[in-house]
Write a protein that binds this ligand. Structure first.
Ligand code: UDP
Ligand code: MG
Length: 212
C-alpha cells in the first residue's frame, strides 16, 4: 500500500517538475512600447547592460530584411516604413521568431512590437504557446518632446522616416493602432508605465524599478 502511494507521489512530483522546467525554459518576453522617439531603443540598451536581456528591435529587424538583396519583401517593407504603416505580421513575427530561437538567452526585450491588432493576433497565434510575455514596458512621452528628438535624430540617422512628413503618419498610426494594444494589455494588468520626457539616465532610474 505504502509502496503504491510512494509510487503515485513520485509520479506526480515528476509531472510537476517537468511542467515547471518546461515553463522555465520558455523564452521570457518583455514588450517595449511607446511613440516614435519615446526612447525605446535607448532604454533597451541600458536594460541589456544591467539586466542581461537580449534586445530585439522589430524596426531594426525589418530594416535589415529590407537591405537583404534576396528578400522578396524588401520593397513592401520600405513602403510601409516611409508611410508610417505597419508591416504585415507574418513578416515581422517570422523575423522575431527566428531571432528568438537562434539565441541561447531566455530573456528578450522586443522593442516596437506589437503595434496593432494584426500584430497582436498574429503573435498570439504563432508564439502564444512558445513564450511567456512577462509584461509590457510602456514609455509614455508627450508628442512635442518626441518630435524634437526624432527631427534631431533625423540629422544623422539616415532613416527614411525621420522627417516631418513620415513622422506625422507614424504618430497617427501610433495613436490609432498602437495605443489600443497598450489598453488591451492594461486590462490584463500587464502594463508597467514610465514617463520619459527627461534625460536617458533619469528615465532609466524609473525603468530599472520595474526589472528589480
Ligand atoms: N514597423 C512595423 N512593425 C513593427 C515595427 C516597426 O511595421 O513591428 C515599421 C513601421 O513602419 C514603423 C517603422 O518600422 O513606423 C519604424 O519602426 P521603429 O520601431 O524602428 O521606429 P521607432 O518607433 O523606434 O522610432
Ligand atoms: Mg526604435
Amino acid at each position: 500500500m505504502l509502496a503504491i502511494q510512494t509510487h503515485l507521489l513520485n509520479r506526480s512530483v515528476c509531472r510537476l517538475l517537468v511542467s515547471v522546467s518546461k515553463k522555465m525554459s520558455k523564452p521570457q518576453i518583455v514588450f517595449v512600447l511607446g511613440g516614435p522617439g519615446a526612447g525605446k531603443g535607448t532604454q533597451c540598451s541600458k536594460i541589456v547592460e544591467t539586466f542581461g536581456y537580449t534586445h530585439l528591435s522589430a524596426g531594426d529587424l525589418l530594416r535589415a530584411e529590407r537591405k537583404n538583396p534576396s528578400s522578396k519583401v524588401g520593397t513592401l517593407i520600405e513602403r510601409c516604413i516611409k508611410e508610417g504603416k505597419i508591416v504585415p505580421v507574418k513578416i515581422t513575427c517570422g523575423l522575431l521568431k527566428t531571432a528568438i530561437f537562434a539565441n541561447k538567452n531566455t530573456k528578450f526585450l522586443i522593442d516596437g512590437f506589437p503595434r496593432n491588432k494584426d500584430n497582436l493576433d498574429g503573435w498570439d497565434e504563432e508564439m502564444g504557446d512558445k513564450v511567456d510575455v512577462q509584461f509590457i514596458l510602456y514609455l509614455d512621452c508627450p508628442e512635442e518632446v518626441c518630435t524634437k528628438r526624432i527631427l534631431n535624430r533625423g540629422l544623422t540617422s539616415g532613416r527614411t522616416d525621420d522627417n516631418v512628413e513620415s513622422l506625422k503618419k507614424r504618430f497617427q498610426t501610433y495613436v490609432n493602432e498602437t495605443l489600443p494594444i497598450i489598453k488591451h494589455y492594461e486590462k490584463d494588468g500587464k502594463v508597467r508605465s514610465v514617463v520619459t520626457d527627461c534625460t536617458p539616465d533619469e528615465v532609466f532610474e524609473r525603468v530599472r524599478k520595474h526589472f528589480s
